[in-house]
Design a binder for this molecule. Structure first.
Ligand code: MRU
Length: 348
């Protein structure tokens, strides 16, 4: 099974996703700064994976000399590390969720010896890791129930094992459905500008021996009109409490197309991807990335010299276009505001 992130012998290893599908290269992140660099440059990406790796980044920071000598010093180290790691990518709320957990964990364990507290923080990072394994498995199982024999599933970006530390969210469902049902086919949108669909989802599906076709992003409407797509499943970077969903740029267009063609549009998201402070998606910060990602492919310019480009990395799909959100706690449908309130009522 693909492991995007591994914690082995007290060391953090990451698959460099910028090198896929050409090369499978793992490298060690030794410092929190290296973790931050890996997130910014998308060597590690996908909302849950970013959260997990950032939690380990905090631990890497506090275990290096100069070691804190008092609880206050240690807490201040944790807070500074969280602030630094929190500046890497603004949209995926899993990052802030994981960093908040590390901060809370430090605050709640002030009575321990400092060496024990460091161990407790490592255990918290490992809990976040293990929870993601459990949660993604559960989402995959639940979501696969929504798929029927012979369905062609369209997906966008990469919400697979590479984007999590488990089986993935949206792509976890696709893989599980392909095992449970007969005749499942997949259409993979290439996902300009970073090509996560063409590079990463295609790589994962090939590893899993699941039949798929790669299409360019602008082909989706054509295939929907022809009746060649039965269901769309995507992941999410942040879900607001009214069910609005931030995900990879292009998701909103796909959702509207699916709505127009009466095709179910499902979002797979763990509880850690819900922003319980946000009432609607207009408030979700959208990451703007380097225009060079749009003007170049594989370091080669594709437009006129000096061309200006816009590069929002995510968009927000209004909840009316979402058929259901698949979580580890069950499937949520409209009215999302009420049903999400009920879903979270029993959680801390
Ligand atoms: O910019 P990326 O590659 O980090 O964007 C990833 C996505 O948009 C995924 O769909 C999302 O994070 C969910 S991953 C389970």
């Amino acid at each position: 099974m693909i492991k995007a992130i591994e914690w082995k012998h007290n060391r953090l290893f990451i698959i460099d996703q910028t090198k896929l599908p050409g090369k499978l290269v793992k490298f060690e992140c030794k410092t929190p700064q290296q973790v931050a660099e890996a997130i910014v440059n998308m060597k590690v990406r996908g909302a849950p994976a970013i959260g997990v790796v950032a939690a380990f980044g905090v631990y890497l920071g506090i275990k290096r000399p100069p070691l804190a000598k008092t609880f206050e010093q240690l807490l201040s180290q944790v807070e500074k590390l969280c602030a630094m790691l929190g500046k890497t990518r603004p949209t995926a709320v899993n990052l802030f969720w994981a960093l908040d957990r590390m901060k809370r964990c430090a605050q709640n364990n002030r009575d321990h010896k400092l060496s024990t507290l460091r161990d407790i923080l490592l255990r918290e990072a490992m809990n976040i890791y293990k929870e993601d394994e459990r949660v993604t498995k559960s989402i995959a199982g639940t979501g696969a129930e929504l798929i029927r024999d012979g369905d062609t599933i369209m997906t966008h970006c990469n919400a697979g094992a590479l984007a999590t530390v488990g089986v993935g969210t949206a792509l976890g469902i696709v893989v599980e459905a392909a095992h449970k049902h007969s005749g499942i086919k997949v259409l993979v949108g290439e996902t300009r500008p970073r090509l996560q669909g063409a590079r990463l989802t295609a790589w994962e599906l090939k590893q899993a021996r699941i039949p798929f076709h790669l299409i360019t992003d602008n082909m989706a409407a054509h295939f929907m009109k022809k009746g060649m797509i039965n269901v769309v499943i995507v992941g999410a970077d942040r879900v607001a409490m009214n069910g609005d969903v931030a995900n990879k740029i292009g998701t909103y267009g796909l959702a509207m197309l699916a709505y127009h063609h009466n095709i179910p549009f499902y979002v797979a998201a763990p509880v850690s991807t819900f922003d319980r402070n946000l009432l609607n998606g207009d408030l979700i910060p959208i990451e703007e990335r380097d225009p060079a990602e749009v003007t170049m492919i594989n370091d080669k310019p594709i437009s006129v010299p000096g061309v200006k480009a816009l590069n929002p990395a995510f968009d927000v799909t209004p909840h009316r276009y979402v058929s259901a959100i698949i979580t580890e706690l069950g499937i949520v449908r409209a009215p999302f505001d009420q049903n999400l309130k009920n879903l979270f009522a029993n959680l801390l």
